[in-house]
Design a protein. Sequence first.
Length: 202
Amino acid sequence: MKRIVYALIVAIFSICSSKAQYYIGFRDSKYAILGYTIDNKWQLQFDHSVFSEHFKYQYIRISGGYNYTKGQIGLSANVYGGITYCNSFYDMGAKIYGYYLPLKWFGINAVINPHYDEGYDYKTCYMIGTLFRVTNEFSVLAQFNTIPEYRQSEDRVKIGLSIKVKNLHVSPMISVPTNGNTKTVRVLFGFKYEIPYKKKNI
């Protein structure tokens, strides 16, 4: 498993495409991301954790998939695999995502996430959410989510914002457990910055 993950990481940096759009970012306040899309359809991404632990316990993940959008409908599917440097655990799975915008100011989205963790076995996780668009750049999000933020699947309600200005997309969220344990309320921060593509002069 470790060799496969390392090989995929090397592949990300070795693939060249004149139509690739690179991006960097952060997700769930725990993972730095680097990746790119090709023709706005194919996507590859590398995640690296920033846990407050020894380096050998840091987690790396590689994922890849396909995006499709047409009008008010969007679909995407990707597969992923991750492991810590010291091989203390690994996980793998897939995410199938879809959204529909029936109105200019309202949309719905959902994710199905078959997920396997070496220590917690297999579970089918999911997310169901709504989007309320205030302006073209600013939206309010509400979600019910069981997809792991670290390793374990939890039933959580997330409320937050989606702010997009040019190439920058910022998404702060509050994650609240449905079991009423306020000690595990989390503030999650994520952003994605698409690096402008500069066409080479020949």
